[in-house]
Design a protein around this ligand. Structure first.
Ligand code: UTP
Length: 408
């Protein structure tokens, strides 16, 4: 695209303010700005006209989960089926590490946070060590794809290199970058972070699959024979990836995918819960649960909406490709977005001042025909590092690591 085409494009979308400092930039800065403008999907901007309105949820019903007791009874069969699929090299693991970890207030990639107290132990290291427990059992390396973002890619890759990938073979690790989306003010104008820099942010935790496709990593692992992907978040230091029991249970259930869940600690807990929405698997956020649903009980006395998700899902690539074709819903989220004003001064707002665009992994679950809710023991598999202190914090995660006999 040459400059006049760029100008025309901006004109069409009423975004010519992006060139307000253009004449003051060096040639290199001008090219940088042009590249960013070229990469933007401007059709997004239409979506926030008239304010934000989330799509209404459908008819919500409880979902049955495969409980710990039931899993215990069929453990051997699940393990055998899972191990077989892993040995055939059909499962890949995808680590979502493109987030900004704002709540933790750590300015480096979250995975590089040192969770160890008396020894050097990092979040990424915990995850790799957990995965290596499985690879030692199956005797094959599971391809591990790590999604970073524009903001943390080089720091993440450098960190892994410095630590020699914590013993995982380099040829089985694939980094890819999450696509970015622009941030806009309440009038739909794209914000700028600098005179030659647009305000862009990672496009949400549902952006991983399209980014895997566009980076070419999906094609690479498909050539290796991978058919299933186990997705998990960076911040749960007890996260078990490529878990043979979970894989086997999902496979034998005949369902399209699987989601690990934990029994909620109390009905008001702030976690998304698995449910059925219009007969399809779905996740309702804690704030979407009505008072009545929160305390509703089933005949067996258990809370009806009892199983919280921990961001550990299993998908078949073939379904993900279909989901991508069908287009995922885009969410518009109000945020505090730093920007430069007309004088070029950087402003860090104290209150939300605009919108970011995100796709969410929970929408992928809803787009599956069926999904197994697979219960895991909370104390053994759920130690999220979300906040600096208090609930789901560094301290609570450390305590859980200790409880699980992991030296920190
Ligand atoms: P969260 O939604 O908890 O976000 O991410 P976060 O960035 O880690 O933390 P806060 O909300 O800013 O404090 C859940 C998982 O999804 C990944 C995160 O890295 C984490 O593993 N994620 C989130 C992405 O990979 N990309 C995103 O755009 C958002």
């Amino acid at each position: 695209m040459d400059f006049s085409q760029i100008k025309q494009k901006l004109d069409n979308y009423s975004q010519t303010h992006l060139l307000q400092f253009y004449d003051t930039l060096t040639v290199e800065e001008q090219q940088n700005l042009q590249r960013q403008i070229e990469s933007i999907d401007f059709s997004l901007l239409e979506l926030c006209k008239g304010g934000v309105q989330e799509a209404k949820k459908g008819n919500i019903q409880p979902i049955d989960a495969l409980s710990l007791d039931e899993i215990e009874k069929n453990k051997a069969a699940y393990y055998e089926a899972g191990i077989k699929l892993l040995r055939q090299g059909k499962v890949g693991a995808v680590l979502l590490a493109g987030g900004q970890g704002t709540r933790l207030g750590f300015d480096k990639p979250k995975g590089t946070f040192r969770i160890g107290v008396d020894r050097e132990l990092y979040i990424f290291q915990c995850l790799i060590e957990n995965l290596m427990q499985v690879t030692a059992q199956v005797n094959v390396w599971v391809p591990l794809m790590i999604m970073t973002s524009d903001k943390n890619h080089s720091d993440t890759v450098e960190f892994f290199e410095q630590h020699e990938f914590f013993g995982y073979p380099r040829e089985y690790i694939f980094f890819f970058q999450q696509e970015m989306a622009p941030s806009v003010d309440y009038n739909g104008k794209i914000l700028m972070e600098g005179r030659d820099t647009l305000s862009m942010s990672p496009n949400g935790n549902g952006g991983w699959f399209s980014s895997m496709v566009s980076s070419g990593v999906l094609a690479q692992v498909k050539r290796m024979g991978v058919e299933w992907l186990n997705i998990f978040s960076v911040d749960n230091v007890l996260q078990k990836m490529a878990d043979p029991y979970f894989i086997g249970a999902t496979l034998l259930s005949g369902k399209a995918g699987g989601s690990k869940v934990v029994a909620k600690a109390f009905p008001e807990e702030r976690v998304g819960v698995m449910c059925l929405e219009d007969g399809r698997p779905s996740i309702v956020e804690y704030y979407e649960l009505s008072e009545q649903m929160r305390y509703e009980k089933k005949n067996n006395g258990e809370y009806a909406y009892h199983y919280g998700v921990i961001l550990n899902y299993l998908f078949k690539i073939i379904d993900l490709e279909k989901i991508l074709k069908d287009k995922m819903p885009l969410h518009i989220v109000e945020k505090k977005i730093p920007y430069i004003n007309q004088q070029g001064e950087l402003i860090k707002p104290q209150e939300p001042n605009g919108y970011k665009f995100e796709t969410l992994i929970l929408d992928m679950i809803h787009m599956l025909d069926s999904c197994l809710a697979y219960e895991v023991e909370r104390e053994k598999e759920f130690a999220p590092v979300k906040n600096k202190e208090g609930v789901d914090s560094v301290d609570t995660a450390r305590e859980l690591l200790r409880k699980n006999g992991i030296e920190i």
